[in-house]
Design a protein around this ligand. Structure first.
Ligand code: TEU
Length: 590
């Protein structure tokens, strides 16, 4: 049912604090820097901010390795700064959701330090510790990397292989041998990010208390990091599926107690609050998503799914490339829009801090950068779901021209590329093309505020932690706000349209001309209280070619006006027409 919720009507703006705005000139973005830009967010019209992690962390994975859940990383500022940001946002009716990272902690978290210290530590079962295995006794499994103990980072004389064959998302085995107690510990990401053990009740209680602590500080919800990884199967068995996105994913994604843990989180912390949750869930089916979202699910407001983020990959995983087509994007996203149409809700995004810039990946960051950025924005803001704007997307910021791997900071990129080169899966001459195309650092270069040195992200004579994109002279917020035809103003218009027209939020999504290779055509229809139906027709021409649009027979000749478009066109009715490169039109049907 279409019960009204603030998070269905909201446009969410994602801030990666390290790269957003640096107030003290040390080259790293910070919370006071975000406060300086709250008016910018208010002018854009966004309703909610998703703040990537700002907690105490050694920074192995830019804050996703948390060493203290209740402290602010001093590079980002103080808890007082955070409270000032919360208040500055709330004063302007902008809500704030925080990143919840409870699948793992940093190895510097006090729980892990204690857990690691002794086998009989009371914190031992806060994490996953297991004996290694004798390579001679391990059945050769079809897809194990190696059974040679020398391929693992164990001291001389330790003739063991890890407890199972799972691999890390960052490349390499998901287990590391610890000499202190002669056991291995599990980490689905970096070895400095040990997975916590949700089987342990005391650990679950700690996580519930931490979540309540943040809700008590007035946040409006959580984005839940890799939340469908927190339940691991009994016995931690080897993988059975060599095609999984990373080895073992067939075992540790959507594990046996995932619904129990998620509904416990909802019941213990979230029920009865007006908070919003969005669960990051790779490798999900619509059926599974329905069990996670909504009151009759585990209470999640919505999920981030990644089918549409994998169209340009082969089965070899993220460090591969595969040609994709607009039709595949249309089919992939429509599958979710139709699947969660009745009981559930969708998130709408085409980039974030883990993905390349969307105009470079799904649009054209050359000749038609402005037109294609506006088309993609039209898509995200006229589909049924909650749109997410990743910082800089509203400027049409592009990928960065990395020259060498030395310019890249991202642990995910560096470790995966090295592993792919070692295994021979990635030839040296192909490395930089793939890194430039795929690296998460494309999304982590500093926000481009104006055309001054360092784009006013930090002081002119400071070296920012990541280089500023050289195209800041053409692409920056100051110029964009002065140009009524900019991508920024187009986003601002789309955001205000969603506030004016309920049909854009609650209207049914009906895909039309579904088998067209390049056109994505759909209607949004809402029965109004007066019994009238409010209908919009969205027509998107993906690609740089002109395309003839032959309207569906039932719509031809309908009186219509143009609600918004990235080109000029005087429209009085829905007729056959030739659409220009990347032309997007939203018809307001009479
Ligand atoms: O990302 C989850 C995740 O699966 C990513 O590693 C993803 O596969 C890859 O980055 C490209 O999509 C979350 C956070 O968003 C990411 O920044 C963290 O590195 C990761 O979890 C570990 O916390």
């Amino acid at each position: 049912p279409d019960e009204r919720r603030w998070w269905k009507e909201a446009v969410v703006y994602q801030i990666y604090p390290r790269s957003f705005n640096d107030s003290d000139g040390n080259g790293v973005g910070d919370i006071p820097g975000i406060i300086e830009k709250v008016e910018y967010l208010d002018d854009l019209g966004v309703d909610c901010v998703w703040l990537n992690p700002v907690y105490e962390s050694p920074g192995v994975d830019n804050g996703y390795d948390i060493s203290d859940y209740r402290a602010i990383l001093d590079e980002f500022g103080t808890m007082a700064d955070w409270e000032a940001l919360r208040d500055a946002l709330h004063e302007r009716d902008i809500r704030l959701i925080m990143d919840l990272v409870v699948n793992h902690t940093s190895d510097e978290h006090e729980w892990f330090v204690k857990s690691q210290s002794a086998k009989d530590s009371e914190y031992r079962d806060y994490y996953w510790w297991r004996e290694g295995r004798d390579p001679d006794k391990v059945a050769a499994s079809p897809n194990r990397t190696t059974l040679d103990p020398d391929d693992y980072d164990t001291p001389d004389g330790v003739n063991e292989v890890p407890p199972n064959d799972w691999e890390s998302f960052f490349g390499g085995p998901a287990w590391t041998y610890d000499e202190r107690t002669g056991e291995w510990y599990l980490h689905l990401f970096d070895e400095r990010m040990p997975d916590v053990n949700w089987e342990t009740k005391a650990l679950r209680e700690e996580m519930f208390e931490m979540m309540e602590w943040w809700l008590d500080r007035g946040i409006d919800g959580f984005r839940m990091d890799v939340i469908n990884l927190i339940s691991k199967p009994d016995g931690l068995p080897d993988s059975d599926d060599p095609t999984a996105i990373v080895r073992g994913a067939d075992k540790f994604v959507n594990g046996p107690r995932i619904h129990e843990y998620l509904s416990e989180i909802y019941d213990r912390v979230l029920a009865g609050t007006d908070s919003m949750t969005v669960g990051e869930m790779a490798d999900l089916t619509v059926k599974q998503a329905k069990d996670f979202v909504g009151e009759d699910g585990d209470g999640m407001s919505m999920v981030f799914t990644f089918d549409h983020m994998r169209l340009d990959m082969t089965d070899a995983g993220r460090w591969s490339y595969h040609e994709w087509s607009p039709r595949e994007l249309k089919e992939s996203m429509s599958h979710w829009l139709e699947g969660l149409a009745d009981d559930g809700w969708n998130s709408l995004f085409l980039n974030n801090h883990d993905e390349p810039r969307m105009v470079s990946r799904f649009g054209d960051d050359g000749e038609y950068r402005t037109e294609s950025a506006k088309l993609l924005a039209t898509l995200l803001h006229t589909l049924r779901g909650t749109p997410y704007i990743y910082q800089g997307e509203e400027l049409g910021m592009t990928n960065y021209p990395f020259d060498s791997l030395d310019e890249v900071r991202d642990v995910d990129t560096i470790k995966n590329v090295r592993a792919a080169q070692r295994s021979g899966r990635l030839a040296d001459e192909d490395v930089m093309d793939l890194v430039r195309y795929r690296t998460r650092d494309n999304a982590r270069t500093p926000m481009q505020w104006d055309d001054s040195p360092n784009a006013d992200f930090t002081d002119p004579d400071t070296t920012p932690w990541m280089p500023v994109n050289p195209n800041k002279d053409e692409i920056n917020a100051a110029d964009a706000r002065d140009d009524p035809n900019s991508i920024w103003h187009y986003y601002r218009d789309l955001i205000s349209l969603r506030k004016e027209r309920d049909v854009l939020v609650y209207g049914d999504y009906d895909l039309r001309l579904s088998d067209h290779e390049r056109l994505w055509v759909y209607t949004r229809t809402l029965e109004t209280d007066e019994g009238r139906s409010d209908t919009l027709l969205v027509v998107l021409n993906f690609g740089g070619d002109e395309t003839v649009f032959e309207p569906p027979a039932d719509l031809v000749g309908t009186d219509a006006s143009l609600l918004i478009s990235n080109y000029d066109a005087d429209i009085e009715s829905v007729e056959q027409t030739t659409l220009r490169p990347w032309e997007a039109r939203v018809y307001d049907l009479a």
